[in-house]
Design a binder for this molecule. Structure first.
Ligand code: AMP
Ligand code: GLY
Length: 418
C-alpha cells in the first residue's frame, strides 16, 4: 500500500499499517528521513494527480492513503479511482468541503449543521458592512487553501480591516483570498472529531484536540500544531456519537443528495460554545497532529480497516481503540513559526525511543555524515499512551526531554488544559 505525504501524520499512519497482520508492504511518498528508517520511500510531487496515479500503478498498490489536502483538492483520488486503485480520500469535487470555506458553509447550512453565522464577500466594502453586522470579535477567512494560515480572528476593527485588505487587495493568499468569509466570533473549547465515511457508513474516532499557538497557555502566533491529545476529558464517547449525528451524518447525506458522495476522512473542527456545538470547518483528511495521538490508540488491523474503507467496505460503528489515552508533543525548530533554523543535529533519539514512546518524524533529513538533522519547522512528535491522561502526559514529556538540538522548542502544557 502507498501512503502519500511527508509529515508526522503520515509517519503515524505508516506505523499503524506496519503493525497489521501479515507483514504488509508499505511505501511512503515522498516521506522523510524518519519514515525512510521504517519503510521504502519514493520521490513524488504530491500536487500532481497523474504522478500519484503513475506511482501507485507502478507499485501495484492494493490501496492508497492520501495524507495532505493538496493532492485531494487537486484530484489525486479521482486519478486513482480512474485506474481502479482503491483510495482513502474524497474526489476533488467532494474535497471542496476543505478547499472552499464558502462551499463548506453552504453545505452546513443546507444540512442543518450548527455553525457560525457568516457572509461571503469579494470586496473590502462589503466585508466592512458584514463586520458591522456581526460585531467583534470576528473571524476573517480566505475561502481557499492557505496552508492553515488563512484565518484571522480579529478583536478590533483595525485588525479585521487589515485582514480583509490583505486577503482581497494585497492578495497575500493569491486566488484563495478572492472570496472571503466573514464569521461571527465564537468562543469555547475546540474539538477535532474525525470520522471515516464511505457510502452511508460513518466510523468515528474518539475526540481529539490539537494545540495551535506556539506558546504555553495558547499564547503567540498559530502554528501547524504543537501537540495533541485523545480522548479529551470534556467529550465522552456518548458526546462524540451525538456530534457525529449532528455534523458528519447530515453532511454525508447532503453531499450524496447533490451527487458528490463523500468518501474518506471527514474531520470536523468544532467549537463547544455556551449555546451548544458549532462546526467551524471541515478537513477532508486525517488531522496533523491529531493523528499522532490517535494512531497509537488504534485497536483495528489498520490494513484491513483503512483498506476496507478505501474499497467502500466500512461498518457503521466507532473505530475500535485502546482505552489508554495518548498524548503527542510536537518538537519544533528554533525560529518557528517564523523562518526556522535548519540543519541542527538531533540528539537523544535512541534514548527517547528506548522508553517505548512513538517518535514520529516530520521535518528531518540526513547530513553528509548521515546524522539526522532538522529540516523544517515542526521536526518530531513524541507520542505515548498511559493508563491515565496524567500518566500518558508524564511519559510523553519524559521521552521528549531526552531529545535535544540547538534551538529546540516544545510547549509544556499539552494535555494539561483546554
Ligand atoms: P478554521 O480553519 O476555520 O478552523 O479556523 C482556524 C481557527 O480559527 C479555529 O481552529 C479557531 O481557533 C479559529 N476560528 C475559526 N472560526 C472562528 C469563529 N467563527 N470564531 C472564533 N474563532 C474561530
Ligand atoms: N490539526 C489541524 C489540521 O490538521 O488541519
Amino acid at each position: 500500500m502507498l501512503v502519500v505525504g511527508s509529515g508526522g501524520r503520515e509517519h503515524a499512519l505508516v506505523r499503524a499499517l506496519a503493525r497489521a497482520e501479515g507483514n504488509p508492504k508499505i511505501v511512503c511518498a515522498p516521506g522523510n528521513a524518519g519514515i525512510a528508517r521504517d519503510v521504502e520511500v519514493r520521490p513524488l510531487d504530491v500536487s500532481r494527480p497523474d504522478a500519484v496515479a503513475t506511482l501507485a500503478r507502478e507499485l501495484n498498490a492494493g490501496f492508497v492513503v492520501l495524507g495532505p489536502e493538496v493532492p485531494l483538492v487537486a484530484g489525486a483520488a479521482d486519478a486513482l479511482r480512474a485506474i481502479g486503485i482503491p483510495v482513502l480520500g474524497p474526489s476533488a469535487s467532494a474535497a471542496r468541503l476543505e478547499g472552499s470555506k464558502a462551499f463548506a458553509k453552504e453545505i452546513m447550512q443546507a444540512a442543518g449543521v450548527p455553525t457560525a453565522r457568516a457572509a461571503t464577500v469579494t470586496s473590502v466594502a462589503d466585508g466592512l458592512a458584514a463586520i458591522a453586522r456581526f460585531g467583534l470579535p470576528v473571524a476573517i477567512k480566505a475561502d481557499g487553501l492557505a496552508a492553515g494560515k488563512g484565518v484571522v480572528v480579529a478583536q478590533t476593527l483595525a485588525e479585521a480591516t487589515d485582514a480583509l485588505t490583505d486577503a482581497i487587495e494585497h492578495r497575500v493568499f493569491g486566488a484563495a483570498g478572492d472570496i472571503v468569509l466573514i464569521e461571527e466570533g465564537l468562543v469555547g473549547p475546540e474539538v477535532s472529531l474525525l470520522a471515516i465515511c464511505a457510502g452511508t457508513s460513518v466510523a468515528r474516532f474518539p475526540a481529539a484536540r490539537d494545540y495551535k499557538p506556539i506558546g504555553d497557555g495558547n499564547t503567540g502566533p498559530n502554528t501547524g500544531g504543537m501537540g495533541s491529545v485523545s480522548p479529551i476529558p470534556d467529550i465522552s464517547d456518548a458526546d462524540a456519537d451525538r456530534l457525529v449525528d449532528l455534523v458528519h451524518r447530515p453532511v454525508v447525506a447532503e453531499m450524496a443528495r447533490r451527487g458528490v458522495p463523500f468518501s474518506g476522512v471527514l474531520y470536523a473542527g468544532l467549537m463547544m460554545t455556551p449555546d451548544g456545538p458549532r462546526c467551524l470547518e471541515f478537513n477532508v483528511r486525517f488531522g496533523d497532529p491529531e493523528t499522532q495521538a490517535l494512531m497509537p490508540r488504534l485497536a483495528e488491523d489498520a490494513v484491513e480497516f483503512l483498506g476496507g474503507a478505501a474499497r467502500g467496505e466500512l461498518a457503521d460503528r466507532p473505530v475500535r481503540v485502546h482505552a489508554d489515552p495518548c498524548v503527542a508533543i510536537v518538537l519544533t525548530a528554533g525560529g518557528y513559526p517564523g523562518t526556522p533554523r535548519q540543519g541542527d543535529v538531533i540528539h537523544g533519539l535512541e534514548a527517547a525511543e528506548a522508553t517505548g514512546a512513538e517518535i514520529y518524524h516530520a521535518g528531518t533529513a540526513r547530513n553528509d555524515q548521515g546524522q539526522l538533522i532538522t529540516a523544517g519547522g515542526r521536526i518530531l512528535a513524541v507520542a505515548q499512551r498511559g493508563i491515565t491522561l496524567t500518566d500518558a502526559r508524564a511519559k510523553a514529556y519524559a521521552a521528549a526531554d531526552l531529545i535535544s538540538w540547538e534551538g529546540m522548542h516544545m510547549r509544556r502544557d499539552i494535555a494539561g488544559s483546554l
